[in-house]
Design a protein around this ligand. Structure first.
Ligand code: NAD
Length: 259
């Protein structure tokens, strides 16, 4: 019971930003942070989904602000951090989770526009978020950042070469920024999920329903993750419980990368 209480209250008063929080992993994380006492900023391009997540947090007794933001646009990301600080006074933790998937295509079949679209959101978006978050955290003397990479940032992902490249880039930025800002009190890590039961996965299975069984079986645990399981890992990396962890890529993958 005492342990449960400690977990539930570990973000009391902390200001936490979650991008891609209108659904899937981001929504689960935003709601979990809210339950743990955080003042949450819900950021997404989707207005309806973003407001719905903020409403869930408030219904649970938490604090939430929705800010519409396309993470590929520098002016919008800068404004997101400004609004966060104007509303809550600071930024303690950021979960840079917004990302898009790739239709399953071998490398030579993809078009240039697809490459640009994926790199823009997954790589440039993550870079822009870190850039403005770090500027704010430097002013405050510290903070924690978690980026959502993927198992496709750790190993190859046949038929998803551009997505895999984008997530390897997230891993590279995470490691590098972690080293750059370690002495400024900013810890930066990534979570690397296996396949997660979200709208993104739903879209992929709609395109190729026959892949479901095979996809489950690439995880030794024989199932997909639930969004809340990824949220818990991101929360641990954001929390003081991981105080000596930085530049780490935490696989939350049911054993997928163990074999
Ligand atoms: P999702 O599609 O269910 O949710 C992603 C959210 O990001 C959506 O609400 C969407 O509106 C938002 N978004 C997309 N582009 C954006 C932009 N330019 N600016 C702001 N918001 C934007 O996806 P999910 O499964 O919850 O994925 C979240 C993250 O987890 C992504 O980075 C994804 O690559 C990663 N991931 C997912 C899986 C999986 O199996 N679902 C596995 C590994 C990694």
């Amino acid at each position: 019971m005492a342990r449960e209480k400690q977990k539930e209250s570990s973000f009391e008063g902390k200001v936490v930003l979650v991008t891609g929080a209108a659904g899937g992993i981001g929504r689960a994380a935003a709601v979990a942070f809210g339950r743990a006492g955080a003042c949450v900023v819900v950021a997404d391009t989707s207005v309806d989904g973003g407001h719905a997540t903020a409403a869930m947090i408030v219904e649970n007794g938490g604090k939430a602000l929705f800010v519409q933001c396309n993470v590929t646009r520098a002016t919008e990301v800068e404004a997101l951090i400004d609004k966060t600080v104007a509303y809550y006074g600071r930024l303690d933790c950021a979960f840079n989770n917004a990302g898009i998937e790739e239709e399953h295509l071998p490398l030579a079949d993809a078009e240039e526009a697809l490459f640009d679209r994926i790199m823009n959101v997954n790589v440039k978006g993550t870079w822009l978020c870190m850039k403005y978050e770090i500027r704010q955290m430097l002013k405050q003397g510290g903070g924690t950042i978690v980026n959502t990479a993927s198992v496709a940032g750790l190993v190859g992902a046949p038929t998803q070469p551009i997505y895999a490249a984008s997530k390897h880039a997230v891993v590279g930025m995470t490691k590098t920024a972690a080293a750059e800002y370690a002495r400024e009190g900013i810890r930066i890590n990534s979570v690397c999920p296996g396949v997660v039961n979200t709208p993104m996965m739903g879209r992929a299975l709609e395109r190729e329903p026959l892949r479901e069984k095979k996809l489950r079986n690439v995880h030794p645990m024989g199932r997909f993750a639930e969004p809340a399981e990824i949220a818990q890992a991101a929360m641990w990396l954001c929390s003081e419980h991981s105080s000596f962890v930085t530049g780490h890529q935490l696989a939350v993958d049911g054993g997928l990368t163990a074999i």
